[in-house]
Design a protein around this ligand. Sequence first.
Ligand SMILES: [Zn+2]
Length: 236
Amino acid sequence: MVGLNRPGRFVLLCDHASNFIPDELKNLGLPEAELRRHIAWDIGAAGVTEALSELIDAPAILSPASRLVIDCNRHLDAPDLIPEMTDGTTIPGNLQLSVAERANRIERWFRPYHDAVESVLLRREEQGRESVVLAVHSMTDSLGGKHRPWQIAVSSHTDRRLATPLLAALRQHKDIVVGDNEPYDLDPRVDYSVPYHALRRGLSQIQVEFRQDEIVESRGQQRWALRFADAVKTLV
Ligand SMILES: [Zn+2]
């Protein structure tokens, strides 16, 4: 968690910030190299989130464990909440989990993250502050061998009040390709964090995907955070 008392209008969430796997899970039976891949986390997303948090003076809550331990952006009854296979890789440590093991993952790695988001939003509400939920993700530069042209993409649901002006602001940069609900839209049946924390409360929301190859290094993370912060600051 970063800057929890920052007074800006946005509250940043990073569901897939970390590739940390607790020791007792023994890397989920995977070689180290797999844990550095996008299957374990959103590469670069934590760095962008932390930089953005400073630039727009916003609190940020970052998930502490790999999405292979538990995916904080999935509903508790989703089959891929604790994925047995992802992007062609079987996750041995997630096969045939007992009810107790599943409950332990939820209690240790899912609930504390969402409770932290909840408490920040509630405290701001008590203080009479507006909150806009901004979920930061990163996406791979290709899928199924097909290159993704978008360096940044905004995912929205039916409420387009922020997405439309944000897309317009991002598209002022003629040298970048901006995705509007591609490759992903915001789907309350699949996504959990933004629907649970923002849609349920009637808060405005934005979900953004940065393409990973642009934000692997800290320089790229800073550059994209700056660019995105400028666009966000144009929203009224
Ligand atoms: Zn993500």
